[in-house]
Design a protein around this ligand. Structure first.
Ligand code: HMG
Ligand code: MG
Length: 310
C-alpha cells in the first residue's frame, strides 16, 4: 500500500504484517485479580480463532513473582490447539523451560533488559550473569526443536537508569543472537519513546540484523505506540507484539501501562491496506470477554468506539 502527497508517491508499506498476541501473558501478568484457569482457557481458545498466528499464552516464571500466571502449565495443557497458531510462553531459566515443554510450547521467549537495574529488579541478576542462564535455555529449547525469541526490555529508557543508548541495546542483541535466538523483540517497556528515538535505534539495529529478525514491542503509557509503529513500518519492520484491548504492563517497571492494543493496531493496519489475517470482529469479541471477567474498561480506543463508550 502506498501513500501520496501532492500526487507523488512518498511511501510504500509492507503488504502483510504479523502480530503476536501477548495479552494472555503481558496483559494478565500485571493484573491483581486472578483470572480463573477456566476463563483463561476459554479466552485463549477464542483468540486461537481470530486468525492470529502466534499467541504468548503464559509465563513459566517464579509464581511468587507473578501470581497471576501461576497456572501456566495447566493452561498450556488444556487450551485447544489450532494448528495454524504457534503457542509460545515466557521462560527465564531451565526450570521454567522444563515446565513450558511439558505444557506444550511451540516457542520459548527468553527475556532480559538492556539496562542493569531493570534487569536486576526483573530477574534478580546482572546482565552478565543473565547471558549464560539464557544460553542454556536457548540451547535446550533448540534441541527440542523449539523456536526461541529473545526479548530485550528497556531499549529506549529504563525506569531506574534513565535513557538507554542504542549501543547498550546492540550489545545485548549481539550476545542473544550469538547464543542462538531466532529473532529479537525490542521492548519499550515503559512506553516512553517517540518516533525519533525509534528511528535512531532502528538505524543502528538494521545495520547489524535483517529486518525480518526484528519485532517491535511497544507499551502505550503515553499514547505514542501507534506513532512508533508507523515509524517502524517505514523502516520495513513487519512484526509487532500487541495485546488485546491494551491490557498489560511489567510489574517491575513502575507506571508502565499496557501494550499497544491489538484492536487499535488492526484498525491502523487494515486502514492502511496492510493485511494481517486477523478478524477484527473476533478480536473485539475476545476483548469484551476478558473485559467482563476483569470488571473494568480496557484502554483500547477502537474497542471503546465499537462499544459506543468512546
Ligand atoms: P530468583 O528468585 O533469582 O531465582 O528468580 P532462584 O533461582 O534463586 O530461585 C528462587 C526460587 O524461585 C526457588 O523457589 C525456585 O525454585 C523458584 P523457593 O526455593 O524459594 O521456593 N524458581 C522458579 N519457580 C517456578 N518457575 C521458575 C523458577 N525459577 C526459580 N522458572 C526468576 C529468578 C527469573 C525466576 C525470577 O526473578 C522471576 O520469576 N522473575 C519474573 C519476572 C517477570 O516475570 N517479569 C515480567 C515479565 S518481563 C516483561 O514483562 C517485559 C517484556 O514484556 C518486554 C517489555 O515489555 O520490555 C517481556
Ligand atoms: Mg511487555
Amino acid at each position: 500500500m502506498s501513500s501520496y502527497r501532492g500526487g507523488e508517491k512518498v511511501r510504500k508499506w509492507q503488504d502483510f504484517v504479523q502480530l503476536k498476541e501477548v495479552g494472555p501473558r503481558d496483559g494478565l501478568q500485571n493484573e491483581k485479580q486472578f483470572i480463573s484457569t477456566e476463563d483463561k482457557i476459554a479466552w485463549i481458545d477464542m483468540l486461537s480463532n481470530t486468525g492470529v498466528s502466534e499467541i504468548e499464552y503464559s509465563s513459566f516464571v517464579n509464581p511468587k513473582w507473578i501470581p497471576a500466571l501461576s497456572d501456566a502449565k495447566e493452561v498450556g495443557k488444556r487450551i485447544k490447539r489450532n494448528p495454524t497458531v504457534s503457542y509460545s510462553a515466557l521462560v527465564p531459566n531451565i526450570r521454567g523451560l522444563e515446565d513450558a515443554l511439558e505444557s506444550g510450547i511451540d516457542g520459548a521467549s527468553v527475556f532480559m533488559s538492556a539496562s542493569e537495574t531493570h534487569n536486576l529488579k526483573n530477574i534478580n541478576k546482572s546482565i552478565n550473569e543473565t547471558f549464560p542462564v539464557l544460553k542454556q535455555v536457548i540451547e535446550e529449547a533448540k534441541k527440542e526443536g523449539k523456536k526461541v525469541t529473545g526479548y530485550v526490555s528497556t531499549v529506549f529508557e529504563c525506569p531506574y537508569d534513565g535513557k538507554i543508548s542504542p549501543n547498550q541495546v546492540l550489545r545485548v542483541c549481539d550476545q542473544l543472537i550469538t547464543n542462538g535466538v531466532d529473532d529479537i523483540s525490542l521492548g519499550d517497556t515503559i512506553g516512553s519513546a517517540v518516533p525519533s528515538q525509534v528511528e535512531l535505534l532502528l538505524e543502528e539495529i538494521l545495520k547489524r540484523f535483517p529486518k525480518e529478525k526484528i519485532i517491535m514491542h511497544f507499551h502505550d503509557t503515553r499514547g505514542m505506540a501507534i506513532a512508533n509503529i508507523m515509524t517502524s513500518l517505514d523502516y520495513g519492520i513487519s512484526r509487532f507484539d500487541t495485546s488485546i484491548g491494551g491490557l498489560g504492563g511489567c510489574p517491575y517497571a513502575p507506571g508502565a501501562a499496557g501494550n499497544v492494543a491489538t484492536n487499535d493496531v488492526l484498525y491502523l493496519l487494515h486502514g492502511l491496506g496492510i493485511s494481517t489475517g486477523i478478524q477484527e470482529k473476533r478480536i473485539q469479541d475476545a476483548s469484551i470477554f476478558i473485559q467482563n471477567k476483569l470488571g473494568k474498561k480496557l484502554p483500547s480506543r477502537s474497542l471503546a468506539f465499537i462499544e459506543g463508550t468512546a
